[in-house]
Write a protein that binds this ligand. Structure first.
Ligand code: XMP
Length: 515
């Protein structure tokens, strides 16, 4: 990919903050890319980075098996900033001393700048920094000097001016470090000399040009779900390849109320995108008949999706490219050098099985972006807030929010209840503050009384969670009057429901979706 902007390479030693470093760099309008810690120096060179940041990590450089980087990286003549573990590794590499800290330091500390230097320039007095380390640099490597210290860390920051090597024991990437942004900016702009010209405008321009070049005259297909990523991608692709794009929208019968109509209105009428709406409700519901096991549901839905796409691609003929809204966190997770394969909690289906079988080439223009950056791209492309700020919706749709058998009757109950939840949350202006809010249909019936009659009907559970990335989540303390309003509306307006409960569990140990 041709790039008209500077890059900072980040080597990942397994810190929980690595992605945060990448984001901080990008906030200074410099592109950043994360690499596994053991990437070869020649691979790094191919990207022509202006600077390299070594992340923190949970290991200790005192042990020989701990993660190292290619030593050649220190000979490239590119400025390097080591953060925490990264600084300790730098120290060790150049013959300095690293020892177990007498007291593991975790939390706030006050940093004092010791000598005039470009990394900590502009910091005044004692500035608050965030520490989280078990080891510390106890002896400076030759030709390094101390540039900052705290009460417990005499070598909290160090510099080797000629080679432009810098280290910080604390974490400038976290918000608790008062001048963290300034320090990162100092490194990438002043020390590395990167140009801060990476903006969403430049991203959109370059991405469109690259897609145009890559696809030539070939036809492109995109599975449009109506979620943020595929919606933004469809508009970007429309700009890049015009009529050669066809979006496939599958009504699998598991969608929320009014979804199909909305998609046609927005994408076909407004953006003039070639849109194929495939009504596959019968096929999906038929395949799901009597299925209760959550994993089986997911696998069946994934398989049905692939079947539909294959059929559509064949029908359209000559499709060469499949576009996907893969995001950076998905990419990093799948190539992470740490953690190893994690247990399958839930099978997240996507159309990933397609290209291998059909020999389609993948186009993933967002594979280096974070979710909020995709939203900015959407804004740049003029998409309305209503689309850009939609809450996530799982691929298997309402099937994983109906516990037990999935039938048309039960789907209709859930759709009506879900619509009320969303309407009421929007009415209170809480929609954008909440990661996800929805209704779940339980597989039990309970007794109630309506008028003078005994009822024996379904239970709806309400779920609302706050989260940053869906990996962890906390249940939202929704106002009681809102809950009361939702409950009363659902019981009055949705036939077949006589009880509403609120889910007060966080993730972990619960998951966001019930299945
Ligand atoms: P869980 O339920 O695992 O969900 O806590 C975490 C986030 O992922 C979404 N989710 C899915 N998204 N396909 C998707 O595209 C799936 O199969 C799927 N399952 C869960 C869920 O809505 C939440 O945002």
């Amino acid at each position: 990919m041709k790039r008209g902007f500077d890059t900072i390479a980040i080597l990942d030693f397994g810190s929980q903050y690595t992605q945060l470093i990448a984001r901080r760099v990008r906030e200074s309008h410099v592109f950043s890319e994360i690499f596994p810690h053991d990437v070869k120096a020649r691979e790094i060179l191919k990207k022509r980075p202006k600077g390299i940041i070594l992340s923190g990590g949970p290991a200790s450089v005192r042990f020989s098996k701990s993660p190292r980087c290619d030593r050649e990286i220190f000979n490239l003549g590119i400025p390097i900033l080591g953060i925490c573990y990264g600084m300790q590794l730098m120290s060790k590499t150049f013959g300095g001393g690293v020892e177990k800290a007498k007291r593991r330091e975790y939390g706030y500390a006050r940093l004092k700048v010791k000598a005039k230097n470009p990394l900590l320039s502009g910091l005044v007095g004692k500035t608050q920094v965030w520490m989280s380390h078990g080891d510390e640099v106890t002896k400076l490597p030759a030709r390094f000097r101390i540039i900052g210290y705290t009460k417990n860390s005499p070598i909290a920051s160090m510099e080797q001016k000629d080679k432009k090597l810098y280290g910080v024991q604390f974490h400038p990437e976290v918000v608790h470090t008062e001048d963290g942004k300034k320090i990162i900016k100092n490194f990438i702009l002043k020390i590395c000399g990167a140009k801060g010209n990476w903006t969403m405008t430049s991203f959109v321009r370059e991405a469109a040009a690259n897609i145009k070049k890559e696809t030539g005259k070939g036809k492109v297909m995109l599975a449009l779900s109506g979620g943020v990523d595929s919606s933004v991608l469809s508009v970007l692709l429309r700009r890049a390849v015009k009529e050669r794009l066809t979006c496939i929208f599958v009504n699998n019968g598991l969608l929320r109320a009014g979804e199909s109509e909305r998609i046609v209105e927005v994408f076909k009428r407004h953006y003039h995108i070639n849109l194929r709406c495939v009504d596959a409700e019968e096929g999906f519901l038929g395949a799901l008949k009597d299925v209760v096991d959550p994993e089986k549901k997911r696998k069946i839905i994934g398989r049905e999706f692939i079947r539909v796409f294959e059929k559509e691609a064949k029908r359209l003929g000559g499709i060469k490219f499949l576009a996907q809204g893969t995001l950076y966190p998905d990419l990093i997770e799948s190539r992470s050098s740490f953690g190893g394969p994690s247990a399958t909690i839930k099978t997240h289906h996507n159309v990933g099985g397609l290209p291998a079988r059909m020999k389609l080439r993948l186009i993933e223009p967002f594979k280096y972006l974070f979710k909020d950056e995709v939203r900015l791209v959407g804004r740049e492309l003029g998409l309305p807030d209503e689309i850009i700020h939609r809450q996530p919706f799982p691929g298997p749709g309402l099937a994983v929010r109906i516990i037990g058998k999935v039938t048309k009757y039960r789907l209709d109950i859930l759709r009506k209840a879900d619509k009320i939840v969303i309407e009421e949350i929007k009415r209170k202006d809480l929609y954008r503050d909440i990661w996800q809010s929805f209704a779940v249909l339980l597989p039990i019936k309970t007794v109630g009384v309506m008028g003078d009659e005994r009822t024996y009907e379904n239970v709806i559970a309400i779920r609302a969670v706050k989260s940053l990335d869906g990996m962890t989540a906390d249940w939202v303390r929704l106002p009681q009057d809102l809950l009361a309003g939702v409950s009363s509306r659902i019981i009055n307006e949705v036939r077949g429901v006589n009880r509403v409960v609120y889910d007060i569990s966080s993730k972990p140990p619960s998951t966001i979706e019930w299945e």
